[in-house]
Design a binder for this molecule. Structure first.
Ligand code: HPA
Length: 267
């Protein structure tokens, strides 16, 4: 596995102009952020050795290298989900490639369903903690070059980056929510009782991504920032559809882009 990661990183390194400082994983409907990147190099997943292919509707599959908010970034336009049939290791492979390419910060965005009754569709929630209910991608032999067997997860989302987001959002007069993201396998959405259950165990939102990448990011020492667009809420009932998720994601994209760009400028 380590060899595959170094092979992939080596292939990419030969194509790019400079090492990226930050990695960005763009979630559902948030591809708009990609347009703000002054792209230097784009690589389709299909042309990168070792990369899985993205299958879900609305997710393109490419890596974009360039500048955003004055910083060098690499962005994944399209991510891999466990529900698509990838192994947890395939889902998180790109994060290890990012690390190998010199990335220090990992920015992750996603769409999620609000289980905190105060949350509204279209809200942005800074992820301050998570509950992972997807098989752990670190199961198997430990890659000690990347990190410890039992990585500490006391601060899965970097407290300084959370504070920075807080400060910038105040300056921008942008309302942010803060809370706990529950990562589930999907692909079925939650039953009413499941939404209730995720609330009882301490969740504020629920979604089908992010926790695997964040675990692997922590394992290899990346500083992680996660933000979630609430695209639907538990009480939506039959109205919750993939189309709604996409629509709300697109609507939140401008705000999210502004915030992330400014964060990048200041790190
Ligand atoms: N549940 C799970 N995943 C999601 C949801 C949801 O309600 N909305 C967007 N992703």
């Amino acid at each position: 596995m380590y060899e595959q990661i170094t092979n992939t990183a080596c292939f990419i390194r030969n194509k790019i102009v400079a090492e990226p400082e930050s990695g960005i994983i763009l979630g559902t409907g948030l591809g708009g952020l990609a347009r703000r990147i002054e792209a230097e190099v784009c690589l389709e997943y299909g042309e990168i050795p070792g990369f899985p292919l993205s299958t879900v509707e609305g997710h393109q599959g490419r890596l974009i290298f360039g500048r955003l908010g004055d910083k060098r970034v690499m962005a994944m336009q399209g991510r891999f989900h466990y529900y698509e049939g990838y192994t947890p290791q395939q889902v998180t492979f790109p994060v290890q490639v990012m690390k190998e390419l010199g990335v220090k910060y990992l920015f992750v965005s996603n769409a999620s369903g609000g289980v905190n009754p105060e949350f509204l569709r279209g809200d942005l929630m800074v992820i301050t903690d998570h509950i992972n209910l997807i098989p752990n991608p670190l199961i198997g032999p430990n890659m000690s070059r990347f990190g410890e067997r039992f990585p500490n997860m006391a601060h899965p989302y970097d407290p300084e980056l959370i504070l920075l987001a807080d400060k910038i959002s105040e300056e921008m007069r942008m309302k942010l929510r803060y809370g706990c993201y529950v990562g589930v396998t999907g692909p079925s959405l939650e039953t009413p009782k499941e939404y209730g259950y995720y609330r009882i165990i301490g969740g504020d939102t629920v979604g089908m991504s992010t926790t695997p990448e964040v675990i692997v990011g922590n394992h290899c020492g990346l500083r992680v920032f996660g933000i979630s667009v609430i695209t639907n809420v538990a009480t939506d009932g039959p109205e919750s559809t993939h189309e709604l998720v996409q629509q709300e994601g697109a609507l939140a994209s401008t705000r999210l882009t502004g915030l992330l760009e400014e964060m990048l400028r200041r790190i």
